[in-house]
Design a protein. Structure first.
Length: 97
């Protein structure tokens, strides 16, 4: 969840006009970060419009790579030369169709 830090001396710089359809009650605006309520696969599925099965397959291969386990990347079609190219900031070789 995000945090907003402010100082009351800045209040005169903010626009305090009433919002449209003002009903007499003041409501503080807030932001809610729900990504920590979802599994990594659910976040990927929503962000990239994938099925949960596809997203689970992808995340189960990519997440271990963050901790040095590159074995799952072979299931995605990456070879050692591809990983070396990525490390050097280059594109991997195209996958055969």
């Amino acid at each position: 969840m995000g945090v907003i830090i402010g100082d009351h001396h800045d209040d005169h710089h903010h626009d305090h006009r009433r919002p449209p359809a003002y009903d007499g009650r003041y409501r503080r605006p807030y932001a809610l970060d729900v990504s920590n309520l979802l599994s990594p696969a659910e976040v990927v599925a929503l962000k990239y419009n994938l099925s949960e099965t596809q997203a689970e397959f992808l995340t189960s291969r990519l997440l271990p790579a963050q901790h040095g386990d590159l074995s799952g990347l072979a299931d995605l079609g990456f070879e050692k030369s591809d990983l070396q190219a990525l490390y050097e900031g280059q594109n991997p070789s195209p996958l055969p169709l």
